[in-house]
Design a protein around this ligand. Structure first.
Ligand SMILES: C[S@@+](CC[C@H](N)C(=O)[O-])C[C@H]1O[C@@H](n2cnc3c(N)ncnc32)[C@H](O)[C@@H]1O
Length: 344
C-alpha cells in the first residue's frame, strides 16, 4: 500500500510527524523556525527534509520540486502557534502571530493537498477572532477548498492522559467531509496520571534518576519546599497554605487556583504548557513528591515515547514538550485521515 505523503507546517519537535510516520504516512518535508525544536525534530525524524526558517521565507514550489518530485500532496498539516489565540493572551486581538495560520492557503495553492488538517486552541474559533478564520476560509475558497466548521475536542478522549481542549478543522476540495473518529478513551476509560507516570522512580527536589537524562527534579528554594509540605498529596492546592506561607499576590484572592497545585493520580493531568515543569505556572506539582514534574513526566503526559530524544536545555525542552501536539492523538486520528485521502 502506498504511504500517503505529508508536509508538516510548524513541525516543532515533531509530535505530529513522529505519530504519522508510525502510522505509515510519508512525511516528506517540515517547516519550523525554532532551531532547537528543529534539532530535536531531525534527531527523531531523519527522513523528512526540515526547512528550518521563518515560514514566510519558504517557497512551496521548492518543496513540490525537491520533495514531491512535482506530484500533488496528500496531507498538509498546519499546527500554527496557538499563543495568539489563547485566552491567556491579553493582546490576542492584535497579536501578529495570528496571521501565521494564513500561510496555509499559500502552501496549498502550490502543493495541492487532498486534505488540510488544522490543530489549534479553541480560541481560534472565538467570535473576537472571527476575522482570522474568515480570511482563512475565503482564501481557501478562492483556491477550491472548503473549510469545515471548527470542532472543539478534549484530547483526553483520544488516549492522552491530559485535559487538552483543542480546535480541529479540515479543508478539502468539493466539500468532502471528514468525520472525527469516536473517542478511543471516553470518560470512564481515560488514561490517568498514575498510568502515565506512576511507575517512574520517586525523586526529591534536586535529585536525578541516573538511568534517565530527562527524569531529574528541579531544585526548589527552601520557602517553596515549606509551602509544598502543606499542599495535600494527590490533588491538593495552595488554599491549604497557612497565612504566613501564602504568596503576597495570592492573599485574599481566589484567582489562579492551579498555581502551586498538585496533580491527582486518578485523573488526567491539566493542560501542559511551556511552563509545565514550573509550579508557579500551573498545577504542575507531582501528586506525591514535593517537587515539580520532571521533563520525563511531562513528555509522558504528552504521550512521547521514552526513546524520543530531545535537544536543548531543560527550559528549551519544556517549551518543545509544552508546544507539541500529543502523538497519541494524531495516531488516533490517522485511520480517518488515511481513509479520507483514499476517498478524495
Ligand atoms: C504548536 S507548535 C507546533 C507543534 C508541532 N506541530 C508538534 O507536533 O510538536 C508551533 C510551532 O510554530 C513554530 N513557529 C512559530 N512562528 C514560526 C514562523 N514564523 N515560521 C516557522 N515556524 C514558526 C514554533 O517554533 C513552534 O514550534
Amino acid at each position: 500500500m502506498r504511504w500517503p505523503t505529508v508536509v508538516d507546517l510548524y513541525s516543532g519537535c515533531g509530535g505530529v510527524t513522529a505519530a504519522l510516520r508510525r502510522k505509515r504516512f510519508r512525511v516528506v518535508a517540515a517547516v519550523d523556525n525554532d532551531p532547537l525544536a528543529g534539532k530535536t525534530y531531525k534527531l527523531n525524524n531523519k527522513s523528512a527534509r526540515l526547512y528550518s526558517d521563518d515560514i514566510r521565507n519558504v517557497d512551496p514550489a521548492e518543496i513540490r520540486d525537491a520533495d514531491l518530485f512535482g506530484n500533488d500532496l496528500d496531507l498538509l498539516v498546519v499546527c500554527s502557534p496557538c499563543q495568539p489565540f489563547s485566552n491567556q493572551n491579553r493582546n490576542r486581538k492584535n497579536d501578529p502571530r495570528a496571521e501565521l495560520i494564513l500561510q496555509a492557503p499559500r502552501f496549498a495553492k502550490t502543493l495541492k493537498p487532498k486534505i488540510i488538517f488544522f490543530e489549534n486552541v479553541p480560541g481560534l474559533a472565538s467570535a473576537e477572532l472571527s476575522n482570522v478564520l474568515g480570511k482563512l476560509r475565503s482564501r481557501l475558497k478562492k483556491i477550491g477548498y472548503t473549510l469545515s466548521q471548527p470542532t472543539t475536542i478534549d484530547l483526553a478522549d483520544y488516549g492522552v492522559p491530559q485535559r487538552r481542549l483543542r480546535c480541529v478543522l479540515f479543508a478539502t476540495r468539493k466539500g468532502f467531509q471528514i468525520e472525527l473518529p469516536s473517542p478511543t478513551t471516553p470518560k470512564g476509560k481515560r488514561k490517568s496520571v498514575k498510568e502515565a507516570i506512576g511507575a517512574l522512580p520517586p525523586l526529591k527536589s534536586g535529585q536525578k534518576d541516573e538511568r534517565d537524562p530527562l527524569h531529574f527534579a528541579r531544585t526548589h528554594q527552601p520557602i517553596a519546599l515549606q509551602r509544598m509540605a502543606y499542599i495535600k498529596k494527590n490533588g491538593g492546592d495552595r488554599f491549604s497554605l497557612p497565612p504566613e506561607l501564602e504568596l503576597k499576590c495570592h492573599k485574599g484572592k481566589k484567582g489562579y487556583p492551579d498555581v502551586y497545585g498538585r496533580m491527582h493520580w486518578g485523573r488526567v493531568a491539566p493542560t501542559l504548557t511551556t511552563g509545565c515543569t514550573d509550579i508557579t505556572r500551573g498545577r504542575f506539582m507531582h501528586p506525591r513528591d514535593d517537587r515539580a514534574i520532571t521533563l520525563r513526566e511531562a513528555a509522558r503526559l504528552q504521550t512521547f515515547p521514552d526513546d524520543y530524544v530531545f535537544a536543548g536545555s531543560a527550559r528549551q525542552i519544556a517549551i518543545q514538550v509544552g508546544n507539541a501536539v500529543p502523538p497519541a492523538f494524531i495516531e488516533a486520528l490517522a485511520t480517518s485521515l488515511r481513509k479520507a485521502v483514499a476517498r478524495t
